[in-house]
Design a protein. Structure first.
Length: 144
């Protein structure tokens, strides 16, 4: 029964993260970047410029939101399994995969991939690192 309660709590926090990601992306997209700052980078590589801006304005806030929820899970001692962080990111992944598929079909593919993938790659690396760290901690605790 305790495991079911933990899964429900993690799932609800994952749904909260998915909704928070919509708000974070909305505010991040509304940030105005001065031309003086972005101009030289756009002239040399426009895809790199927009990918960097996307990573800074959207990727880092999403990663920090995920880290706060992961810390909350750790503080209230909900995580009974190392895959709870994957379960925390799953609603976000499902929501944004559906959005990405619809958007990918209606846009220029190279530009779309260059400007949207950095934030998702950052978040995927974060989930992987936290899950791996948690698994390593569990194996060390079992060996003692």
């Amino acid at each position: 029964m305790d495991r079911v309660k933990n899964l429900i709590i993690i799932s609800l926090l994952g749904i909260l993260f998915a909704y928070a990601s919509i708000i974070i992306i909305g505010y991040g997209a509304a940030i105005a970047i001065p031309v003086d700052l972005l101009g030289p980078l756009v002239k040399s590589s426009p895809y790199l410029a927009f990918a960097t801006i996307d990573l800074l304005t959207l990727g880092l806030p999403l990663a920090s939101c995920f880290m706060m929820l992961a810390l909350l899970i750790k503080l209230i001692k909900v995580n009974t399994h190392h895959l709870c962080y994957v379960l925390l990111a799953l609603p976000f992944l499902l929501l944004h995969c559906s959005i990405l598929i619809m958007s990918f079909l209606n846009s220029e593919n190279v530009y779309f991939l260059a400007t949207t993938l950095p934030k998702y790659i950052l978040l995927a690396m974060l989930v992987f690192a936290i899950t791996r760290l948690r698994l390593r901690q569990k194996t060390l605790n079992h060996q003692k």
